[in-house]
Design a binder for this molecule. Structure first.
Ligand code: UD1
Ligand code: UDP
Length: 363
């Protein structure tokens, strides 16, 4: 079976790593190359700290092809990925294209593959925030509307797909490959240099990530948000690894107790999550990782496509309500945050399940 795996942005690399490992393990177990896989990096993310560091830390092999599309507007980036990926697929025959997550690379490659009449599998299919102002929600809906197979992280994702007319036999509830990576790497988590520099101690700091356009693209709103978080968290320090989208907007900002850094590598970032008092974020993946680790998570969005992190896990979605933020931080600081549990099948074996199912498909 010839498989083309697509990854383009930071969370994609984390989700694809265990799938590659499971494909290789399957081949080794059966002593023959049942799976012939090719990995295509679209180049959506390209800084060392947004891309290569994940390949090094997670042992992901060098991609067979890097489309080098870089940044652009939504339409420009999507179009460039489609043009380059079409050429890639024509030159390298494949039976199945596997896309992960909800970034522009996911949607662009799914559409391109289907228009060449190839089968498409979507890992993390079926998630819905119902907020169509987010580019990711459009990416999810469009990707799922063309995909043939769905590997889901939750029962509710499968139910969303059924509501949209997909057939039960197309949907496989397998668990979460992002959690596979976390479970496999937590013991390798590494203290970042900033820990000693700022004399951090476990459970006495907060971790912050922000990169959603709604939170960061407007400089005034971003600055207000950061000042507010800083004031409410004081005297706790807040570690803030700054996403490149956010970086340009906060050049001249100095907020007390905010420790800004470059985006961190995975092993340093999970160390900081694991030892924090709590995390404030608008990330999708971080909502899941904090739930798995039992770390309090405050999500600065009005919706989540990952409802189990709230209903079962340690996440609360608070929008941009200052009073809710104040209350949430008080609960975290006083150690009274809700306790969560781990969603079904988030057990580190999702990729193994995916590969076993792939081996049974008649394409
Ligand atoms: C993208 C995804 C988002 C995901 C996030 C993960 C879409 C629509 N958005 O958002 O769903 O949560 O990745 O991090 O696909 N930039 C750099 N260096 C890089 C990459 C980006 O400087 O390596 C800067 C560029 O100025 C670029 C901006 O960041 O214009 C945004 O990058 P882009 O990939 O368009 O979107 P993200 O905000 O990263
Ligand atoms: N992450 C990281 N370094 C950072 C910030 C995040 O390694 O400085 C990891 C984090 O552990 C998670 C993933 O990146 O696995 C999430 O990526 P991001 O928040 O950019 O994307 P999203 O999940 O929102 O699409």
């Amino acid at each position: 079976m010839h498989i083309t795996l697509v990854a383009g942005a930071r969370p994609n690399f984390i989700k694809i790593a265990p799938i590659i490992r499971a494909l290789d393990t399957y081949n080794e177990k059966y002593g023959r190359a049942f799976f012939h896989w090719r990995m295509v990096h679209t180049g959506q993310h390209y800084d060392d700290k947004m891309s290569d560091i994940f390949f090094r830390e997670l042992g992901i092999p060098t991609p067979h092809s890097n489309l080098g599309v870089g940044s652009g507007s939504q339409a420009e980036q999507t179009a460039r990925i489609m043009m380059a990926f079409e050429k890639e697929l024509i030159e390298n025959a494949t039976d199945l294209v596997v896309v992960v997550g909800d970034v522009n690379s996911t949607m662009a490659c799914a559409i391109t593959a289907k228009k060449l009449n190839l089968k498409v599998a979507h890992v993390e299919g079926g998630l819905r925030s119902r907020d169509r102002t987010m580019p990711e929600e459009i990416n999810r809906i469009v990707t799922d509307s063309v995909a043939d197979y769905f590997f889901t992280t939750s029962v509710s994702a499968g139910a969303n797909l059924i509501c949209e007319g997909m057939l039960p036999e197309q949907i496989f509830f397998v668990g979460n490959t992002m959690i596979d990576t976390l479970a496999a790497n937590l013991h390798k988590a590494r203290k970042p240099a900033l820990w000693d520099r700022h004399q951090l101690t476990a459970r006495h700091y907060l971790l912050l990530t922000l990169h959603r356009p709604a939170n960061v693209d407007d400089k005034t709103r971003l600055n207000r948000l950061l000042s507010e978080i800083s004031a409410l968290a004081a005297p706790l320090p807040i570690v803030f690894p700054v996403h490149p989208r956010t970086r340009n907007k906060i050049n001249e900002l100095t907020v007390p107790n905010l420790i800004c850094s470059e985006p961190l590598g995975y092993l340093e970032f999970i160390y900081l999550m694991h030892h924090s008092a709590g995390v404030i974020t608008d990330s999708g993946g971080v909502q899941e990782e904090t739930t798995w680790m039992g770390i309090p998570c405050v999500t600065l969005r009005t919706t989540t496509e990952r409802p189990e992190t709230v209903s079962i896990g340690t996440n609360e979605v608070i929008g941009d309500d200052s009073e809710k933020l104040c209350h949430a931080l008080q609960l975290i600081i006083s150690g009274k945050w809700k306790k969560g549990s781990i969603p079904e099948l988030w057990d580190g074996r999702a990729a193994e399940r995916i590969v076993n199912i792939l081996s049974q498909l008649t394409l």
